[in-house]
Ligand binder design. Structure first.
Ligand SMILES: [Fe+2]
Ligand SMILES: [Fe+2]
Length: 285
């Protein structure tokens, strides 16, 4: 079994300091195999925001696998936006835009989906899709394969028209042969997860798409700050959403997915905090 602490959308420049401090404490409570941060480290890609973000990441458990988000690309400086969109990200957060984590039970691949030509949307390029196919081609069976992007492949139940990865259905079709078991993303500041086949009609393989809420930003979208504590084994994935209760992070919803004949099936969902669950399931206006 492996464990991933999945945080997203820190948004330095708009963080809630007590929440950020609480997150450091909570992430050190249990040892994880890997910390994944799925983008939007800053609010406006400013140097001061990047400095604060990188200092913060240094306090969090390692190893870490990080990908950029749309907020990590400068918005107003047109030259920077179009000619050097991820220079600051590479300088401060990570120079690696194709991060990988491998051990004998887990392969995690991260790719950038943020683009200069759109303010909030994102997509995967043909080169990235080819890279992912190549990296997964000779992975022995029994190793869990996880893909990390900033933009999610599926929309949340609370907001079915939300901004997901452009061309998600086509990209997933092209990733079919990769055999990914789990997709991790953020971006919408909402915590939700499901089998992609419930959302994308052409999806043939059962893949779990898991999104984390915003871990530390004040730009909450009707949900508390939260992150995901995920345990993975070939036949069982558990997603525990750990949400901020005003004083600390605590378990608010735990969901177990079992793989039955190759298909992920939601077997139990334990609402530890009824109010948090209601908040997550109420449609947004
Ligand atoms: Fe965000
Ligand atoms: Fe985003």
């Amino acid at each position: 079994m492996r464990t991933i602490a999945h945080i997203s959308d820190l948004h330095f420049g708009r963080i809630d300091p007590p929440v950020a401090k609480g997150l450091v404490e909570d992430l050190h409570r249990h040892a994880s195999t890997l910390l994944v941060a799925s983008g939007d480290f800053t609010q406006r890609a400013r140097v001061g925001q990047y400095r604060a973000a990188v200092e913060y990441l240094a306090e969090l458990p390692k190893p870490q696998l990080v990908v950029p988000g749309n907020h990590d690309v400068p918005l107003w400086n047109v030259a920077r936006r179009f000619f050097f969109p991820l220079n600051r990200y590479r300088e401060f957060i990570s120079s690696d835009l194709f991060p990988q984590f491998r051990d004998d039970a887990l392969l995690v691949l991260g790719v950038n989906t943020a683009r200069s030509f759109t303010r909030t949307s994102g997509w995967l390029t043909a080169d990235q899709l080819a890279y992912l196919r190549e990296q997964t081609a000779s992975v022995p069976p029994g190793i869990m394969k996880v893909l990390v992007t900033h933009h999610p492949f599926i929309a949340p139940p609370r907001k079915p028209d939300a901004d997901v990865l452009v061309g998600a259905e086509n990209a997933l079709g092209q990733l079919e042969a990769c055999g990914f078991d789990v997709l991790l993303a953020g971006h919408l500041h909402l915590a939700y997860h499901d089998d992609v086949r419930s959302h994308l009609s052409s999806a043939r393989r059962s893949v779990l798409s898991i999104q984390a809420g915003t871990a530390t930003s004040t730009r909450r979208r009707g949900e508390p700050n939260a992150y995901n504590w995920i345990t993975l084994s070939p036949e069982l994935v558990t997603v525990a959403v750990r949400a901020w209760n005003g004083r600390a992070f605590e378990e608010s919803l735990v969901t177990r997915y079992e793989r039955v004949e190759g298909n992920w099936q939601r077997v139990t969902q334990v609402p530890v905090d009824r109010m948090a669950v209601d908040a997550m399931q109420t449609p947004l206006q």
